[in-house]
Design a protein around this ligand. Structure first.
Ligand code: ZN
Ligand code: ZN
Ligand code: ZN
Ligand code: ZN
Length: 321
């Protein structure tokens, strides 16, 4: 019987063994460690070199190129500043105090009433009356029903408004950061029946003559903010129909924020702007909006699936009666 020997396998084996031996020998004999530039990989043999955060650099140039860059102007900076709202961005000394776009954290170019501060990039996708906003609203309403099963069937009038328009519709100055409004207007009719002969009142009853549901959203919101605001207001509409007895602002606003948060997580899980909006909701210091959101999330998120979460939320809201 002839045994076939695989020479290449043997060679590979010898090579692997020998390289282990070399490494081992180098460690054992404590051969002088070579210093390599962390930027250009050049071997630093002698002379002066730079050390920053435990890394070696062969030249001033390599050091400068390795410094973190300002997210706004791109300048390498030895010291950078962060914003709690956008921890992934860093700003240099010159840019640290400039106003930031509330949508993405870039330096803002526009400041509008209603605390809308946006950059040139986000300015390109703001929602204005130039767009078919009624269709966009209808689509979102459908999407919310499909994704989370939240919604009503009555007609809702939708319009974009200016900041002063929002204040007028609300009848008072909008809350800090308020970008939308849901209104349920009722007109009641009083019906009185008299006795034909005596003129005495026989019965009195008040009936609903007309009711209107409207949602107003600030114009010039970047698209993701628009989606967040519309879903928040649609949740108010849903709550007013199914849980009209709930008065506590933490539960109302918390539920609307939670539904908007869940909706963005489901429909735009990889969108950077949606991520920013969600993290704002999660860290919002406001006791009603932020505190309410965290309270509702704690209750609903005990459910493992989306369906379970909505079920838990509904059970909690029903229990408030
Ligand atoms: Zn170098
Ligand atoms: Zn800068
Ligand atoms: Zn922006
Ligand atoms: Zn609200």
């Amino acid at each position: 019987m002839v045994r076939r020997v695989n020479f290449s396998a043997i060679l590979a084996f010898i090579f692997i063994i020998s390289s282990f031996v070399t490494v081992f020998a180098a460690q054992k004999t404590g051969r002088r460690k070579v210093t390599v530039c962390a930027k250009c990989s050049a071997v630093i043999r002698h002379g002066r070199y730079f050390i920053m955060e435990g890394k070696n650099y062969c030249s001033q140039q390599c050091l400068t190129w390795s410094l973190p860059r300002c997210s706004n102007c791109g300048t390498p900076a030895d010291k950078t500043w962060f914003s709690a709202d956008f921890p992934q961005k860093k700003y240099c000394r010159n840019c640290k105090d400039l106003p930031l776009c509330t949508s993405c954290g870039n330096i803002a170019s526009q400041r509008r009433p209603g605390n809308i501060i946006i950059c040139t990039q986000c300015e390109k996708n703001v929602v204005t009356t130039a767009l078919p906003v009624q269709d966009m609203f209808n689509e979102l309403r459908k999407e919310l029903k499909n994704v989370l099963g939240i919604g009503t069937n009555h007609r809702i009038r939708f319009s974009l408004v200016s900041y002063s328009g929002l204040a007028q519709k609300k009848g008072s100055p909008p809350d800090r950061g308020q970008r939308g409004l849901f209104r349920h207007d009722k007109q009641m009719r009083k019906e009185v029946t008299y006795n034909k002969f005596t003129g005495k009142t026989l019965s009195q009853k008040t009936t609903l003559a007309k009711e209107d549901f409207s949602i107003y959203v600030l114009e010039y919101l970047p698209l993701m903010d628009f989606r967040h605001t519309v879903i928040h207001e649609l949740t108010h509409d849903w709550m007013s129909q199914y849980f009209p007895y709930i008065r506590e602002p933490e539960i109302k606003e918390g539920t609307c924020e939670y539904i908007a948060w869940l909706f963005l997580q489901k429909t735009a899980p990889d969108d950077p702007e949606a991520k920013i909006i969600c993290s704002h909701m999660e860290r919002n210091p406001d006791p009603i909006y932020g505190g309410g959101f965290r309270m509702i999330r704690k209750i609903a998120n005990k459910g493992s699936s989306t369906t379970q979460r909505i079920k838990r939320l509904k059970a909690y809201l029903a229990g408030q009666k």
